[in-house]
Every structure is written in structure tokens, then in C-alpha cells.
Design a protein around this ligand. Structure first.
Ligand SMILES: Nc1ncnc2c1ncn2[C@@H]1O[C@H](COP(=O)(O)OP(=O)(O)OP(=O)(O)O)[C@@H](O)[C@H]1O
Ligand SMILES: [Mg+2]
Length: 272
């Protein structure tokens, strides 16, 4: 008997007033896999991420993570269970270095409380040093260790996305949700993102990815779910998705280049 999926959605619905943004979506994400969620603009991909991460309540259906029903749990509780995410629009703090941004992500798992921080207890210092060391390791893993002391928002787009991923990884997640990690990146930066996602999977972290860049998706995904107007229209391996008539009609054949990636060049990924 195969192991239950790490993440499992069953008949999930989300309505915004009269709009059925997510309509009866069910799928599983096997542990150790890279699964992609694709679909045209407005298909409901980010909404689904918000439901999974607890940023929005579901209208109906269930979401199970590691076999546990996480419906109604607050985002920080879900994060503590081992789920981390990056956002469609890069969210880095102004005035913080790349290293500090990653250290913030690590504090999700930190045991040092607010009062011990105020009292500057030796145990807090030790933990802070460990957090710093682990954050540097993660920047190194993502190939941007040289950027550690540079203000994160001044980095090239590709490097900012790597900082976001490092920040998410700092929470030591079992499942990483990536919302359009290649948006706005040039082809070299996109190839680097593909390499990083594989490296993350090889660390044993399961990845659920939303992405418009089809070559990236087809290249790295074990399985793909296709959404259109909130509904699942296909779920299969990349080779089968590429041949799926409905997918070709509504998505792959719709445009030569999706609107969000068209014309997006991003800044060159210059070394720090
Ligand atoms: N908070 C909200 N309130 C009302 N409507 C919303 C809200 N969030 C999303 N929507 C609507 O739900 C639908 C799905 O949006 P969503 O952002 O999930 O799409 P998406 O698949 O991520 O699109 P894109 O590829 O452009 O990022 C859209 O029609 C959107 O306008
Ligand atoms: Mg989106």
C-alpha cells in the first residue's frame, strides 16, 4: 500500500461573493515530489495556495497535511507543522540585509521567547548564533552567500527570489509552496531556479509550485495539476499533460507566451 500524500485536498471550494474561484478541487502531493499547479491567469492558483497555507478559510472541502486536517488553523500554526511558502509578488523587508531576511524565517522555529530576548539570556545568544549560522548555510545552498550583507531589496530579481526561498527554507519545512518563482526572471535566472528547486527536493523537501513558465514546469515536475476557472481539468505526468487536448486548447495553445512572463526581463543576475 502506498503512503498517503503529504498534502491532500478533497473537494475544496472557495467563493468570493458570487465568484467560484476554487471549485471542487481534489489532489494529493506525494512526499518527496515536485508537483506543479498551472492554469491561465485567474484560474485560482494563488487562491488555492492561500487556502492551503491558512491565509484564507475554505468555503467547503478538506485540506489535510501529514494526515492532519488543517482547516481553520492560523497560518503560523500551519507553518509550525512544517509548511512554508513564497509569494507571487516578492515580499522582502526594506532596510534588511539578505541574511537578516533569512534569519526572520528561522525565527518561526525559534524557541527563544519575547521576554528571554529582552533579558538577553545566554541561551538566547546561543540560539541567535545558531540561527545566523544556519541562515548563512542556506544562502550558500542557494548560491547567494556573497549577498548576505547586502540590502535584500537592492539585489537583482533572481537573487531576491533566492533570498525568499532561503527564508522559507529557514523554517525547516517539509512542504514548500512556491508561487511563480520564475516570474520576471530571464532565461539564465530561470534555469538557476530550476536547479535550486531540484536541489531543494533532493534535500527531502516536497515542493508544490505555481508557475507560468511551461519549459520550467515540464522540466522539473513529477506531476502537474491544471486548473481553469477554478476547476481541475487535468492531473498527470508532464508528458501526458503536453498531449492533453483540453489543456492544449485552454492553456498551452492559448498564447505563445503567458502575459506575466511576456516581456519580463528582470535584472541581470550579477554577482554580489
Ligand atoms: N481576496 C479576493 N477577493 C475577491 N476575489 C478574489 C480574491 N482573490 C482572488 N480573487 C479572484 O479569484 C480568481 C482567482 O484568482 P487567483 O489570484 O487565485 O488566480 P491565479 O490563478 O493565481 O492567477 P494568476 O496566474 O494571474 O496569478 C480571480 O478571478 C480573482 O480576481
Ligand atoms: Mg496567482
Amino acid at each position: 500500500m502506498s503512503a498517503p500524500p503529504l498534502l491532500e485536498l478533497a473537494a475544496v471550494h472557495k467563493r468570493f461573493g458570487g465568484l467560484h474561484a476554487v471549485n471542487d478541487v481534489s489532489f494529493g502531493v506525494p512526499a518527496g515530489s515536485i508537483k506543479a499547479l498551472i492554469g491561465p491567469n485567474g484560474a485560482g492558483k494563488t487562491t488555492l495556495f492561500n487556502l492551503i497555507a491558512g491565509n484564507l478559510p475554505v468555503s467547503a472541502g478538506t485540506i489535510r497535511f501529514q494526515g492532519r486536517d488543517i482547516q481553520g488553523s492560523r497560518p503560523h500554526r500551519i507553518a509550525r507543522l512544517g509548511m512554508a511558502r513564497t509569494f507571487q509578488n516578492i515580499k522582502l523587508f526594506h532596510g534588511m540585509t539578505a541574511l537578516e531576511c533569512v534569519m526572520v524565517g528561522r525565527h518561526v522555529q525559534s524557541r527563544a521567547g519575547f521576554f528571554s530576548g529582552l533579558l538577553a539570556l545566554p541561551s538566547t545568544w546561543r540560539e541567535e548564533r545558531a540561527i545566523r549560522a544556519r541562515s548563512l548555510e542556506l544562502l550558500d545552498l542557494l548560491g547567494i552567500a556573497d549577498c548576505a550583507d547586502i540590502e535584500a531589496t537592492s539585489l537583482a530579481f533572481g537573487q531576491q527570489r533566492a533570498v525568499e526561498m532561503a527564508r522559507a527554507l529557514a523554517a525547516e519545512p517539509k512542504l514548500l509552496l512556491l508561487d511563480e518563482p520564475a516570474a520576471g526572471l530571464n532565461i539564465y535566472e530561470t534555469a538557476e531556479v530550476a536547479r535550486l528547486i531540484r536541489r531543494i527536493r533532493d534535500l527531502g523537501i516536497t515542493v508544490l509550485l505555481v508557475e507560468h513558465d511551461m519549459s520550467l514546469v515540464m522540466d522539473i515536475s513529477d506531476e502537474i495539476v491544471v486548473l481553469s476557472f477554478g476547476r481541475t481539468i487535468a492531473e498527470d505526468r508532464p508528458e501526458a499533460i503536453q498531449q492533453h487536448p483540453e489543456v492544449i486548447r485552454i492553456y498551452l495553445g492559448a498564447d505563445d507566451e503567458p502575459a506575466e512572463t511576456a516581456g519580463a526581463t528582470g535584472k541581470a543576475a550579477a554577482p554580489c
